[in-house]
Design a protein around this ligand. Structure first.
Ligand SMILES: Cc1cc2nc3c(=O)[nH]c(=O)nc-3n(C[C@H](O)[C@H](O)[C@H](O)COP(=O)(O)OP(=O)(O)OC[C@H]3O[C@@H](n4cnc5c(N)ncnc54)[C@H](O)[C@@H]3O)c2cc1C
Length: 443
């Protein structure tokens, strides 16, 4: 009889808040220093993709770059988002982490082993799985400390400034990066802006205090135990919210269009490998766009399945599958959720887990950026935006070139290596090559 491997759910209960290194959390806090007038390379956005690119640039002696991030901390948006959905472990395996491709720095698995006694037994089991070449996932707080370590060991934070970029304007053969705190002139600009959340349809009253988006903080004080919560959406964030609410004893109605779909990674694992990327790049633009749409289908890590099934069987969780929501209305005492055939569902609180969308922003003046179905066309080999020399994209905006995994931590490494190689040829060589020795334990 065939057997099915189901990963155990206990890893979802990993603790949060441990500091695994002296570098955390200051190593990610952006200094309040003024903006320089010029920088050879400006990176817009200081998230996980920018951190990986910065580590790669460091290893190739391109150290005069500038990161512009509108949040006070590097990688801040990612950790705020995971905390707002109560996510305790990464979805991606241990080998997917920020850092430079092709360099033997301290990897996240090494970092976990260095902090062995800090890990729970369940977390230690994940490390053993990863060591034996199988999928093992890392706790969020270990990952956050590891990000601090990467930032500290590659001197990243001192090259970051807090600023919201409004637009990029052609200025002769260079670019003017216009922010809310002044402008910076650059030879090369990299979009590392991630993805904004997907908005709700206009017919949904999202201004009600009873309705919140997945990436907004949850006000736990107003949550009486008897309240009924509705969660709309079928991706990993919705599963985390449902899991958190059910764990805290609430009754939950989970509403989504199709049927729930379980898989390990959020895209087919082939797209993390060179052959998957090669297969993608051999397709026409139209075919690539179709593949990207197909791979954005929401899915949930297998670890959730036993608990979600048990809550559904007990009646604490009711799941409304294949249900289209047409409107949301705050009726004073509760929110009315209109579904097909004139039916409604009532809830005291509504959580919208509608995911993210790809969006090219901030815009460019003085060059025609070619956009296909919302995504910029990008060179497969350099990540340079078509028709705009000196402008590059990493993360979700590089999906046209790298495929569905471009938005994931592992995809950032591939894009960062290609952008770095392109910048090495495009930028003038430094007069005094800088010291090769990493400033912390990263050899
Ligand atoms: C809840 C959740 C869990 C996830 N878990 C995983 C996982 O386990 N593994 C995985 O591989 N992927 C995961 N992802 C996907 C994840 O979003 C990416 O891997 C990662 O965050 C993308 O990094 P990024 O730098 O492209 O975007 P972000 O981390 O979002 O960083 C982009 C940064 O750009 C800044 N920015 C944007 N516009 C501007 C501007 N105009 N001016 C200045 N700054 C700007 C933002 O403030 C933000 O800090 C997850 C996503 C979410 C939402």
């Amino acid at each position: 009889m065939p057997s099915t491997f189901l990963p155990a759910p206990e890893i979802l209960d990993s603790p949060r808040g441990r500091r695994f290194t002296d570098a955390a959390p200051q190593a990610l806090t952006i200094p309040g220093t003024p903006l320089p007038a010029e920088a050879p390379v400006v990176i817009i956005g200081g998230g996980l993709a920018a951190l990986t690119l910065a580590a790669q640039l460091w290893h190739h002696d391109i150290r005069d770059y500038l990161i512009l991030e509108r949040e006070p901390k590097l990688t801040g948006r990612f950790f705020t988002r995971v905390d707002n959905v109560s996510q305790r472990v990464l979805r991606s395996p241990y080998e997917h982490h920020p850092g430079a491709e092709g360099h033997r720095d301290c990897e996240m698995l090494d970092f976990a082993r260095l902090h062995w006694s800090w890990l729970t037994e369940v977390e230690q089991h994940e490390v053993r799985m990863a060591q034996s070449g199988q999928r093992g996932v890392a706790p969020i707080d270990l990952f956050e400390s590891y990000c601090s370590h990467v930032a500290a060991s590659h001197d990243v934070t001192k090259r970051a400034r807090s600023a919201a970029v409004r637009e990029v304007v052609r200025a002769g053969d260079r670019w003017q990066v216009v922010t809310d705190r002044g402008s910076v002139r650059a030879s090369a600009v990299v979009w590392a802006v991630g993805e904004p959340r997907r908005p709700a349809p206009d017919t949904w009253d999202t201004h009600s205090p009873r309705v919140r988006f997945w990436d907004e903080p949850q006000d736990r004080n107003i949550d009486s135990r008897n309240a009924t919560h509705a969660v709309i959406g079928s991706g990993l964030s919705s599963a985390h919210i449902v899991h958190d609410l059910c764990t805290r004893g609430h009754r939950v109605r989970w509403i989504f269009r199709g049927k729930e779909h379980y898989q390990c990674a959020d895209v087919n694992a082939a797209f993390f490998r060179p052959e998957g990327r090669a297969m993608f790049s051999q397709r026409s633009l139209e075919h690539r766009a179709r593949m990207l749409t197909a791979e954005r289908r929401p899915s949930i890590m297998f670890e959730f399945r036993p608990r979600l099934q048990a809550w559904e069987e007990s009646g604490q969780l009711s799941v409304l599958r294949e249900t289209e929501v047409s409107a949301l209305k705050d009726c004073g005492a509760h929110v009315e959720i209109a579904i097909a055939d004139g039916d409604t569902v009532q809830a005291d609180r509504v959580h919208l887990a509608l995911g993210t969308q790809m969006h090219f922003s901030p815009g460019v003046r003085g060059a025609q950026i070619r956009i296909h179905r919302g995504l910029p066309l990008v060179s497969d080999s350099t990540m340079e935006l078509a028709g705009a020399p000196g402008l590059y994209a990493i993360g979700a905006l590089a999906s046209c070139a790298l495929g569905p995994a471009a938005r994931n931590i592992d995809g950032h490494r591939v894009a960062a290596a290609r952008i770095t190689a392109a910048l090495q040829s495009a930028l003038p060589k430094p007069d005094n090559p800088v010291d090769q020795t990493p400033s912390e334990a990263s050899t």
